[in-house]
Design a protein around this ligand. Sequence first.
Ligand code: ADP
Length: 332
Amino acid sequence: MFQSARLTLTAWYLLIIMLVSITFSIAFYQASTQEIQRFMVKIQYSQGERHEFLFHSPPDAELILAELQHVKNRLQLSLVVVNGIIFLLAGAAGYFLAGRTLRPIKLMVEEQNQFVSNASHELRTPIATLRAEMEGSLLEKHVSDKEARKLIASNLEELSRLQELSNSLLQLTYLHKNGRNNYNEEVPLNSVIQTAYKKVSPIAKKKHITFTLARVPGYIQGDKQSLIEVFVNLFENAIKYSPEKTTITLTSKTEKHTIRLSLIDQGDGIASDDVPHIFERFYRTDKSRSKADGYGLGLSIVKKIVTAHNGIITVTSILGKGTTFVLTFPLA
Ligand code: ADP
């Protein structure tokens, strides 16, 4: 598909360049030969009238006429050759430029296809589980109350996974489409962090994980709900990938016009091969696949929101020791 689009685009480039070149060549040829033509007519006329003063003898005139015709022919040939060379060069350059023009579109389509195929893949598992469980219980002659409840509970679990996935997918699409649309409030960072913490504290308590949160001064220009989501995601990950009874620390450092927040956990850490990929959509490390729930969409949402706030997020990690996410935002 891209090859044919590339060829079509090359043909269009060529058509435009050749139209300009041929028009210019015709104009140039006309202008150059007009004088020659006029001179030739003059010679022919003077030959007819036997104006001996112009040429010593008729063969002289014929020689000059032939020479002028030769000049015209040579000019014609040169223009044809030049246009031929332009055709070849423009063809090659057009093909190269068409490739460069189409490359970002090609990458975008490939990325989009990858996204759709990953999303379908993730949707397949819970749907298949739901179906298998329901079909299995339909085949049973008698289903006790207890079994029916167990089935419903399991179905609800799968449904909530599906809901989580569809919410994340919608969120990604929304962020992609709207970018910085509603980012005009001055948001107090401390309140964002406290709200996010309140949301995750029940799961932290379950694992006996202690949070040490610095008081974060300052405001940033943005959207409060999206910023809360950033910290909920990061806190949830820190809890999810940390063993029980560990500590998660948030420190803050204000520089001239920016604020730098570091979230440090004492968890599993991320292998150095995985670090460059963890912000990609659907990326999960092998370890997390077998261990914790999730779709690998959280961090890509986080990155999109941080970037939309003109912020930067980076990660450093030591396998088995812990992970540090550093977020830098411009202050309002
Ligand atoms: P998931 O739903 O799998 O948590 P994320 O996009 O939030 O998806 O994270 C991507 C991957 O990055 C995770 O699968 C996990 O392997 C790794 N990861 C993220 N945060 C941490 C962390 N604090 N400690 C260790 N690994 C992490």
